[in-house]
Design a protein around this ligand. Structure first.
Ligand SMILES: NC(=O)c1ccc[n+]([C@@H]2O[C@H](COP(=O)([O-])OP(=O)(O)OC[C@H]3O[C@@H](n4cnc5c(N)ncnc54)[C@H](OP(=O)(O)O)[C@@H]3O)[C@@H](O)[C@H]2O)c1
Length: 319
């Protein structure tokens, strides 16, 4: 079978790195557009055999520069996303709305076979969040300009490579008291990165199009349950301090002054909404790719790095 050519934006991130390995193993040829080949190029090069991977440093927002890549590829996947805004250019509107709109127009003009756009779960509900509004507008524009597009809406995506479980384990390790927003009751359906990339691969293989797919893991966990699983895995006990909303808003405003804020006012608003399937759209299970990996089992595979003494700390061979 002739290898399909696949153009990936945001391929150097958590989901992209996992996806590239899987696509290359399945005989896809991938081209990754990155803003800076020096920071991530060497690592990305090792994710696939030579001949299956091409890394291009370019300005992904320059339509003329991107056009030739659309002429050469069969499939386009957009994984570019941000959690907080930084300056005028790196705004939610530019990254989550304007950029995917441009990709959809190019996909249409160049008769791309498939456009897979990764959005986020719950964006229809959280309409007081700038992040959610920008993602939702991005979805609408993608579908308007390329009606065959597939929109994926994942819940939290975790893996050893993430910024979620790993950051929380670091914080839980260091902080004696941990703040709980909304009493830790917000529900999530964490999906393992590898389960999510299985969904993407399946969509590509089966040529599925024209759908919004909500992508969730096998369990519904409250934020507090997630923290307890992480604490248990790293062998620590911590005191949870329920934070009243006004105090949470003040801390978020202070965090926003940092270059990489732990929490922003917008994320705080987003945290109010349960991150679970709406049942109004297809899901990874309904398209035949249910997620298999349980949060606790997967976390145990790498949480030892945050335990005092590492993975052998509970080994009694020295006794
Ligand atoms: N991770 C999750 O829990 C989660 C949950 C729901 C939805 N999503 C969505 O899934 C997609 C991929 O997630 P991810 O966790 O793999 O993302 P990620 O690791 O945070 O970032 C993906 C890539 O986006 C590019 N990027 C980041 N900021 C950019 C900017 N300001 N301008 C242009 N490019 C920028 C970077 O590529 P270069 O530096 O190489 O250019 C980066 O490697 C995103 O759209 C995200 O919103 C993720």
């Amino acid at each position: 079978m002739k290898a399909k050519n696949c153009l990936i934006f945001g391929g150097t991130g958590q989901i992209g790195r996992n996806l590239i390995r899987k696509l290359a193993r399945n005989n896809y040829k991938v081209t990754i557009i990155t803003r800076n080949i020096h920071t991530k190029g060497n690592f990305i090069k090792t994710q696939a055999n030579a001949g299956h991977i091409d890394i291009i440093e370019a300005n992904p927002f320059n339509e003329n520069e991107m056009k030739p890549f659309f002429e050469k590829n069969d499939i386009c996947i957009n994984l570019v996303g941000i959690l907080f805004e930084k300056g005028k250019r790196n705004s939610f509107t530019n990254i989550h709305t304007n950029f995917p709109t441009m990709l959809a127009k190019l996909a249409h003009q160049n008769k791309i076979q498939q456009l897979i756009h990764v959005s986020a779960l719950g964006v229809e509900k959280a309409l007081d969040s700038e992040y959610a509004i920008s993602k939702l507008n991005g979805e609408k524009n993608v579908l308007k300009n390329f009606n065959k597009a597939i929109i994926l809406r994942p819940s939290i995506v975790y893996s050893v490579d993430d910024n979620f479980s790993t950051t929380f384990m670091t914080l839980l390790n260091r902080l004696p008291i941990f703040p709980l927003y909304y009493n830790g009751q917000t529900k999530f359906t964490p999906i393992h990165c590898s389960d999510l990339t299985d969904v993407i691969l399946n969509i590509m293989k089966k040529n599925i199009d024209s759908k919004i797919v909500e992508c969730v893991g096998p369990e519904i966990l409250s934020f507090k349950e997630i923290l307890l699983i992480l604490l248990n895995s790293i062998g620590k006990k911590r005191f949870f301090l329920p934070f009243p909303l006004f105090a949470a808003k003040i801390t978020a405003k202070i965090f926003e002054l940092m270059p990489n804020p732990l929490l922003t006012a917008d994320q705080l608003r987003l945290l109010k909404y349960d991150n679970v399937v709406s049942n109004n759209y297809a899901s990874n299970a309904s398209i035949g790719v249910p997620a298999k990996k349980s949060f606790e089992n997967e976390i145990k595979k790498y949480s030892y790095m945050w335990r005092d003494g590492g993975q052998f700390s509970r080994d009694n061979s020295f006794d």
